[in-house]
Write a protein that binds this ligand. Structure first.
Ligand SMILES: NC(=O)c1ccc[n+]([C@@H]2O[C@H](COP(=O)([O-])OP(=O)(O)OC[C@H]3O[C@@H](n4cnc5c(N)ncnc54)[C@H](O)[C@@H]3O)[C@@H](O)[C@H]2O)c1
Length: 360
């Protein structure tokens, strides 16, 4: 592609600003158009961001009628399905913010549409661009741990519950599980090569969100602020997954990979009320193994970097569009975690283990 990559942005709220900032660092990209359903908001956004030559529309369908190579979808979760399917059908390449969708049925249709149209649907999981995530994946996939039979992941915030669309069941689908759990799930599942889940047994609660002492919108709080699940996979692998938006605890622990030859512990990067493994950041990595005639542990040297991971994900998408590469983080893969979240919600409601429904 010799011309500039022509990009549109659908939804001009908080995260759209990070997309603009990242695209601006790419000399081969032109932000041609933005759209928002709130009349006039897209125009205000172009003024705020100083996007003088960018067209503004009050609907995503008007934006999609323009000559664009790709779009960033930055709308609330409830609009991901409609805007992504319409964008793919309009021939655009798509970078979609996380989580993929509100329901599993939507995620399946989105992935199917990407396949039918031959367009890319890539998901915005920026923690994947931490070189230490790749290091973790390389260690586990090298076979150094032997057969991995148990993975534990998750984490949470001591206090950090969003409001607005994030706490509506209809608009968000799920709460902490979808909002921040999707990062931990991606960390564990991507490391393991996205194995196929078969069943889930889960428990969820919302003691904090529904309590006016802890949440100003307690009366409207409909989703889970805590969830724990045991997920069974093909090949005798189990995953324990736990996540919370609020808790009386500092951390829900480390991510762990237990193998027959060695174990690997990944501790959270940050500290403070909003920290934890939830953002997928690698703080330290320790391998436990039997060597030199005894129990040994090795601190895995981490890769130092100063990458802005958000910018990296946007750059990878834009370059994939320019170079005709496949989706960096394909929707077909991420719908596996959407199937797990769907199973978690069904299991929690039924109060028993349920099968994960995932067509071939
Ligand atoms: N990757 C990350 O680090 C990250 C961080 C924050 C949010 N997010 C995700 O980004 C998405 C948006 O979050 P946000 O915080 O920017 O929300 P926001 O509410 O600030 O902005 C969303 C905007 O989309 C607009 N909108 C809704 N439906 C639309 C439609 N059909 N067409 C056009 N515009 C529409 C809204 O009017 C609003 O202006 C969410 O899915 C969220 O999970 C990702």
């Amino acid at each position: 592609m010799s011309q500039k990559v022509k990009i549109g942005i659908i939804g001009t709220g908080g995260i759209a600003r990070a997309h603009v900032s990242a695209y601006r660092k790419l000399p081969f990209v032109e932000i041609v158009a933005v759209a928002d359903v709130i009349p006039g908001k897209a125009r205000q956004f172009t003024e705020l961001e100083g996007l003088k030559d960018t067209a503004a529309y009050d609907s995503h369908t008007e934006l999609l009628a323009q000559d664009l190579d790709g779009v960033s979808i930055c709308t609330p979760n409830v609009s991901h399905h409609r805007t992504a399917v319409d964008s793919l059908r309009a021939g655009k390449q798509v970078l979609l913010e996380k989580p993929m969708s509100v329901t599993l049925a939507e995620a399946l249709e989105m992935a199917q549409t990407a396949r039918e149209t031959g367009r890319m649907l890539t998901l915005g999981f920026q923690p994947r661009y931490d070189p230490n995530m790749k290091l973790l994946q390389d260690i586990v996939q090298s076979g150094r741990l032997g057969k991995v039979y148990y993975v534990e992941t998750g984490g949470g915030r001591r206090r950090g519950m969003p409001g607005g669309t994030f706490i509506s069941k209809k608009l968000a689908g799920a709460g902490a599980m979808a909002d921040i759990g999707c990062y931990s799930l991606d960390m564990a599942l991507n490391t393991m090569g996205y194995p196929r889940p078969v069943s889930v047994s889960a428990f969820t609660s919302n003691h904090f969100g529904t309590n006016p002492v802890y949440h100003p919108e307690a009366a409207k709080f409909e989703v889970e602020d805590f969830g724990v699940a045991m997920v069974r996979f093909e090949n005798d692998l189990v995953l324990q997954f736990k996540i919370s938006w609020a808790m009386h605890m500092d951390t829900l622990g480390a991510t762990m990979f237990l193998g027959t030859d060695a174990g690997l512990k990944v501790t959270p990067a940050g500290s403070g009320p909003w920290s934890g493994v939830w953002d997928g950041a690698v703080g330290a990595m320790t391998m436990f193994h039997d060597d030199f005639g005894g129990h040994t542990s090795t601190n895995v040297p981490l890769i130092g970097h100063s990458l802005n991971l958000f910018d990296e994900k946007v750059r990878d998408f834009a370059e994939a569009v320019r170079d005709g590469r496949p989706a960096p983080i394909p929707g077909e893969q991420i719908l596996i975690q959407q199937a797990i979240i769907d199973g978690v919600l069904r299991s929690a409601e039924a109060r028993r283990e349920v099968s994960v429904e995932l067509p071939n």
